[in-house]
Design a protein around this ligand. Sequence first.
Ligand code: NAP
Length: 292
Amino acid sequence: MANIIVLAPQGQVGWELTRCAQTLGNVITLGREQLDLSNPEQIRRVVSELQPRVILNGAAYTAVDKAEQEPELAHQINAKAVEVLAEVAKQQQALLVHYSTDYVFDGSQPTPYREQDAVAPLGVYGASKLAGEQAIASVGCDYFIFRTAWVYGMRGKNFLLTMQRLARERDELRVVADQWGAPTWSRSIAEATAQIVAQVLSPTNPIDARALSGIYHLTCAGQTNWCEFARAIIAASPKQPVVHAIRSEEYPTPAKRPQYSVLDNQKLRETFGIQLPAWEQALNLCLHSNEA
Ligand SMILES: NC(=O)c1ccc[n+]([C@@H]2O[C@H](COP(=O)([O-])OP(=O)(O)OC[C@H]3O[C@@H](n4cnc5c(N)ncnc54)[C@H](OP(=O)(O)O)[C@@H]3O)[C@@H](O)[C@H]2O)c1
């Protein structure tokens, strides 16, 4: 059985990857205790020793606002460590699966972004993720970079859990209604990833990971804004505060976000025959995922 490394098994995506990858091979999880991504030497040693066939990198510096104060650390984890991972993947002839973000775009385009559209990150986080993408491409290992967006799930730090908490605590909420995107369930990302990796590892009819290496947009289908997303979450909550729509200027944050960062998933669909559910459908499945 091929060794499949999952980085950040406690992260939103890493947690789901750990589960979805079990049918693909011998899954080895490496959390921060086993592998600190701020230590390039450790990355080289630990990952090489495991001789992986696939590296699923769920780890990242994801604190979008804090990154404005910690640009070096964000760059270290999201770009430098990723470059080292790509080098080890190349040396081991392993496939590197990495995740990037809709925040590589500035959000000025009025239609869904395609992979080749011009990037122009508005903040440190987006810039560090973009540098990670570029590092992988220049190392030239076999790789898939899946740009995803607005990730949530029933664990970790995310918008869904924040809205559920605020619904319990408050009678009114104010949520920005002028930023558009596609909320994407962490499990949908992991399921799609596992299906694509299964195509690569197929003993009978494998797809060519080298020829297909590149960036793919991978988000739930449809689009919404944070306020409508909040309303959909609150509609399923036991207590339902009123949700007021506000403008981004009324909720200033250290990092500027793109106004419109919907990603076109056509390339993913045409290459791998995979399509994520509509965001409303995924949200509904997620909200009921803990039921017996
Ligand atoms: N969250 C979003 O809305 C979103 C949107 C677009 C793209 N993405 C991308 O999707 C991927 C997965 O994101 P996510 O939401 O699952 O992230 P997450 O829940 O914040 O998890 C990130 C994981 O990375 C680990 N990590 C951070 N620094 C590390 C280090 N120095 N060494 C080892 N591990 C380290 C964290 O470990 P600790 O718990 O120990 O800190 C955590 O488990 C990332 O590439 C992210 O950029 C996310």
